[in-house]
Design a protein around this ligand. Sequence first.
Ligand code: M6R
Length: 607
Amino acid sequence: MCGIIGYIGEKQAYPILIDGLSKLEYRGYDSAGVALLDEDQLEIMKSVGRLSKLEEKIGEQVPFGTMGIGHTRWATHGRPCDMNAHPHSDCTGEYVVIHNGIIENYQALREWLKTEGHLFRSETDTEVLAHLVEQYFRGDLKAAVRQVLEKVSGSYAMVVMSERDPGRLICARKDSPLVIGLGEGENFIASDIPALLKYTRRTIILEDGELAEVSRDNVTVERCGQLVTKEVFNVEWDVVAAEKEGFEHFMLKEIHEQPKAIRDTLRSRITADGLVNLAELNLAEDEIWQLRKVVMVACGTAYHAGLVGKYVFEKLLRLPVEVDVASEFRYRNPLLGEDTLVVVISQSGETADTLAAMRLAKEKGSPVVAITNVVGSTVSREAGRVIYTWAGPEIAVASTKAYITQLIVLYLLALQIGQSAGLIPEAEIMAMTAALKKLPMDVAGIIEKEDVIKEFASRIKDWEDTFFIGRGLDYAVALEGSLKLKEISYIHAEAYPAGELKHGTLALITENIPVIALATQPDLYEKMWSNIKEVKARDAYVLAIVNEGDNETGKEVDDVFEIPATNPIFTPVLSVIPLQLLSYYASVMRGCDVDKPRNLAKSVTVE
Ligand code: M6R
């Protein structure tokens, strides 16, 4: 949801801003812009479209200046166009602002500012910030920004720069992420760490309600006008982890990284004797016995991981589990309390709805466990109990390795609860942890067969509608497979519990229409065969994902892809891999932008 970058130092800022924006483009790519300050002269350049369009437009006329700000936009208020691109400036052009978030009271502020004589040029909510700074500026940029923050409501990560008070960037955050990178004689500001890594690993993570002044040699942070001492956080992972490393797309690289991501997520969480050691969970046995219900809350792919979690928890722990989309959960006054464990799942740890859901659960007194991939994210800082998915940075908008590792953490979490409360016999836990440890090898084996899946992709690529069916855990994976296909190839894909088709959707099954059938749950084989027959009887093209050694399902279908045999509870980790690759290749074959699908952004930090 918009990427923001700021630089102040001795070097020319433009290449640093462009490089930073290229690392943040996954957050939004409707338009991009930069503003540079050189010898008290502000220059703003912006363009609708990708960052490359901005670079093309600027060409050789590279702006000078050793301080500057840059923005890559995901449109919320106002269509993508040059006029609505950031940075925004005031009437005089002396104050510039970049912003990620939504100023909810911008209409009222805009009307008021107009009565004060301000002239607006864009349709955005952000522009009011620049005019407010102009309105309040009395020689001190920080003081003006303080006053602006008192006026606005909503969410923001923002950076403000002015030729009237050069030598410092002022930034602030509320409900949108912002990180400050500490250099030698230079400092940086960004929405996310990958934009800083080339320059520094030393970072300060700004919290909600904090305002910072960033100059060449100094950074000060305040809250409610009082200086606060911030911890310097050293980033462990390196630049290479955020590069493509020879793969054509980040998504393909991230699919290939999944065996390692699983290994890293399991590492040190299984003891030498095969028991689970999720030390960070820190739930005492009596707290577990108090639990009457589990609620999993998340959005998108993370929500689909939660659906797998429901089957797993209910099967292993016999605890009722509800799974909710965070944007629904937060507004339906959910029934929560001390006896309800709320599991919040978010790759980025910054998704606005998931954050709100987590805060609500805490307010209502529920114990909260967060599963996130980003160390230092808002979710990780606020949840209290955090279990990290050690997937490494996920850059492609389509989530792959984050999903897989969310599943792994959910398995570990269920096993840990079962183990601590004596709900699962140790021998069973040992058998399951042994199966978990084998998954990286199995996943690698599936990825080696990507050419076979590429071939399947060529069969579905020209269709505008597809269906994914499955029962039980397979249905949860069908949902994830269909989301992956639609978000990156723009092929309409619907996922159904296989038994539901005959209640309406079967009417859409016509000759050769692709149906991807997941049949990995042995106790549901016969039911699935009937459902597969139903679509075959209407001449659909059926690709089935089956277990190695299942010689029956394949007889009914057009194409089969076998996944290695494992405990049926773990098949989602394997069956989703061919679906990720299918979507990837369908997207490539249709000429889509795999890593940056239209209308989307990686991190959804607005409602
Ligand atoms: O960062 P989060 O896990 O909270 O993100 C949630 C969704 O926005 C995300 O999973 C989205 O659905 C993915 N683009 C799907 O591939």
